[in-house]
Structure formats: structure tokens, C-alpha cells
Design a protein around this ligand. Structure first.
Ligand code: ATP
Ligand code: MG
Length: 386
């Protein structure tokens, strides 16, 4: 629904710009997705109008990142002025951008042919300066222009190539792939935040078998995460993969993952989620010997399916795996999350001083409940004062 509204809005934006005498098209992912019969995620508009003109035509639009001349309209429609990009510093970001009035120049600064097709939603025509449509039909990810130059300008494109090839199960065009293998080691020059973001998209995307194949065969994985010796486990993951599960599969067996977390700028939370999966991977073997309260506390973790899947990807469907997944499937919330028998107010009524000891007592009581040792409030109160 929201998407339909975006499509409508993106069409009207193009209409308005064209009506004011400018060239304006949809471009990038939305055109590619639409030609593939997929639902676009969001709509990007490219135009010959300069940012200040766009701002004048659409009151309420906002300029984001002044130097990039992108205007945000409504929730998520980007209106970017045609540009060519000159002088990349150090394979990272362009030092300067030059606004252009020709769409063709805006096409050739983009990364891959399938990402550089324009579409005019008013006339319903596609405008393709780079052979993107035939590559889309053939299922090929091909750098625009000389791949060495293009990957040299912005090394992040090395990972973007992997992402698009994996996502669509497309082949990497031979010269594009050859350049990737030659230039793979340059990926380490990219800022950790950008790497992190791109890896997140790859790891949570579909077709991890292909992602792994391209990452390993190109040498990108060796350059980025030389620690990972058994990253192929990634290919055994199935279903929707969370980012922490993806990283955990990559890092399984790595002695100390902290340098990786640092290099890829993990937040504390992300680091914790991944380290927790890796740490508990070992505990799996002992599940059947755990006390019932420990076991239930483990099985009721919000990310229990990630724990199960990491174990399965690493060791296969072991008896511990079958035991745990059967328990998860069969134990309902009333067993894993029974209503508390007592709470802090009951402890106060017993004459206990509120304090940190309260949570200890309540945890002991819950343990006893999870183990089936107590069932009633009276038993819980007796245990609390014991
Ligand atoms: P997605 O569906 O994943 O968002 P997308 O094609 O929209 O795919 P974005 O990262 O949103 O990808 O970028 C939008 C467009 O901007 C791309 O289609 C491409 O034309 C261009 N682009 C993005 N990043 C780069 C880059 N590093 N180098 C060159 N062009 C780029
Ligand atoms: Mg996009």
C-alpha cells in the first residue's frame, strides 16, 4: 500500500520536473527490480534540475548531505541531480561531484549496468545507455566501463558486485570478475562502517551459497576476514538469516573474534549477539545434562532459532540438535514462561527489605518452578524465606 503511494508520488515528481522543462527519470534499483518483475523497495528519481531548483519545486522537500545534492521528498523518495564524479581519493568517496544535464553522464558514473537503467514513468519508456537491459535478461552483473577503473575508484563496489550477483543468482561477467580477483585486497581500505553495512546486506540476503562462492573465489573473504577458516558454513544456513547468525557462521572456530568486531565496527549490541551465539555453540552438547531450569531458560531465548541453526550448520543434525528443536517445538509458552508465582510485593509483605537480593530470590523461585519443584504461591513464599 505504502509502496503504491510511493510509486504514485515518484511518478508525479517526474511529471512535475518534466513539466518545468527538466529531464527526469526513475533510476537504479527500482527500475531494475521492476524490469525483473520484482517489487521495488523504494524509488529514486534522477534529474537535470539542480538541488535548489528541486527544493523550489517541492516545498517541504529536504536537502540531505549538502555536497551530494540529494533531496528527500516525503518519506523515502530521493531526487538526485544528474552528476559525474571526479577524482576518487584513495578508493573511497569521490572528492568532488559535478552536476550534469545529460542523463548519459549520470548513467556512466553508476556501478553496474543493471543499476543504471532509466525509466520514464510518464511515457512508460526505458532509457538504457549502458546495455543494462540485455545484461538483466542474460543475468549478468557487469561493471560499467573498465572494471579496474571502476573498482579502483570505489573499492566498496567489489562487495556490491557480490551482493547483486548473489541476490539475483546472476553471473559475474568475466572481465568484471577478473578485476575483482586482482583487486580484492584493496577492500581493506574501505571504512569499517561501510564494510559492516554491506556485509549486513549480504549476510541477511538470499543465496548465501553464491555469496560465499563469490566472496571466497574472488579472494575478498581472505582479504577481509583472514581469521575465518570455516566460513563455508555460511552455505549451510537456511531460512531467514539474522546478521548475528551470519557473522557467527563465518566466525565459528575463530579463536578470538574481537579484532573482527573492531575492524567491522560492530556496535556493543551486535558484538554481544554474535559472541553469545558463538559462546553457546559449545554448550549445546551438554543440553541433555542441564538442569531443567537451565534448559528452559536456554530454550526460551528470543534467538533460540539462531542457536539451533548455528549448531546445525556447524555439526549437522546431531542428537543435541534434534533434542533441542523438538523441545522448542513442543514446549508452549505456559511451560517456558509460566506466570510468576510471586513478585516483589509478596517479598515486601513478607517483611523483606527491597534490594538487589530480591531478583536473586525471585530467580531461585522461578528456577524451582521451572524444575517443577514448586507449583503454588504458598510453596514459593516458603522457599523465599528459607
Ligand atoms: P537496493 O535494492 O539494494 O537498494 P539499489 O540498486 O537501489 O539496490 P543502492 O545502494 O540503493 O542500490 O543505490 C542506488 C543506486 O545508486 C544504484 O542502483 C547505483 O546506480 C548507484 N550506486 C550506489 N552505490 C554506488 C557506488 N558505490 N558506486 C556507483 N554507483 C552506486
Ligand atoms: Mg536502493
Amino acid at each position: 500500500m505504502e509502496l503504491e503511494a510511493d510509486r504514485e508520488l515518484a511518478t508525479r515528481i517526474v511529471e512535475r520536473l518534466q513539466g518545468a522543462g527538466y529531464t527526469a527519470y526513475w533510476v537504479g534499483g527500482c527500475v531494475r527490480d521492476q524490469l525483473m518483475g520484482r517489487k521495488p523497495k523504494d524509488f529514486d528519481v534522477a534529474t537535470s534540475a539542480k538541488p535548489e531548483v528541486v527544493l523550489g519545486l517541492f516545498p517541504g522537500a529536504q536537502l540531505v548531505g549538502a555536497s551530494f545534492g540529494v533531496v528527500l521528498h516525503g518519506g523515502g523518495i530521493e531526487i538526485a541531480t544528474f552528476r559525474s564524479e571526479g577524482n576518487y581519493r584513495d578508493g573511497r568517496r569521490p572528492e568532488e561531484i559535478r552536476y550534469e544535464t545529460e542523463a548519459a553522464l549520470d548513467a556512466t558514473r553508476r556501478d553496474f549496468t543493471i543499476n543504471a537503467i532509466f525509466y520514464d514513468p510518464v511515457s512508460n519508456e526505458t532509457i538504457d545507455f549502458v546495455g543494462g537491459k540485455s545484461d538483466l535478461e542474460a543475468g549478468v552483473v557487469r561493471a560499467i566501463g573498465d572494471p579496474h577503473v571502476r573498482f579502483g575508484e570505489d573499492h566498496l563496489r567489489l562487495l556490491r558486485a557480490v551482493r547483486f550477483a548473489a541476490r539475483f543468482r546472476f553471473a559475474l561477467e568475466a572481465k568484471t570478475f577478473a578485476a575483482m580477483t586482482e583487486m580484492a585486497s584493496l577492500i581493506v581500505k574501505i571504512a569499517g562502517e561501510r564494510l559492516h553495512d554491506e556485509m549486513r546486506r549480504i549476510l541477511t540476503g538470499p543465496n548465501l551459497d553464491l555469496a560465499w562462492k563469490h566472496l571466497s573465489e574472488s579472494g575478498l573473504m581472505r582479504a577481509m576476514v583472514p581469521e575465518a577458516k570455516a566460513g563455508f558454513r555460511l552455505t549451510s544456513l537456511s531460512g531467514a538469516v539474522s546478521v548475528s547468525l551470519g557473522w557467527a557462521a563465518l566466525l565459528e572456530g575463530v579463536e578470538d573474534a574481537n579484532p573482527v568486531y573492531r575492524r567491522f565496527r560492530f556496535s556493543e549490541e551486535e558484538k554481544h549477539a554474535c559472541a553469545d551465539l558463538l559462546a553457546n555453540e559449545d554448550r549445546f552438547r551438554t543440553l541433555s545434562q542441564m538442569s531443567l531450569s537451565h534448559l528452559k531458560r536456554f530454550l526460551r531465548r528470543a534467538n533460540i532459532n539462531d542457536h539451533l541453526e548455528l549448531h546445525r550448520a556447524t555439526h549437522g543434525e546431531t542428537s543435541a540438535y534434534r533434542f533441542a528443536s523438538e523441545m522448542v517445538a513442543s514446549l508452549g509458552p505456559e511451560i517456558l514462561f509460566p506466570a510468576p508465582l510471586i513478585d516483589g510485593r509478596d517479598l515486601i509483605a513478607l517483611g523483606l527489605e527491597p534490594g538487589p537480593r530480591f531478583s536473586q530470590i525471585l530467580k531461585q523461585v522461578e528456577d524451582a518452578q521451572l524444575e517443577g519443584r514448586i507449583q503454588s504461591k504458598e510453596e514459593a513464599l516458603r522457599l523465599a524465606v528459607a
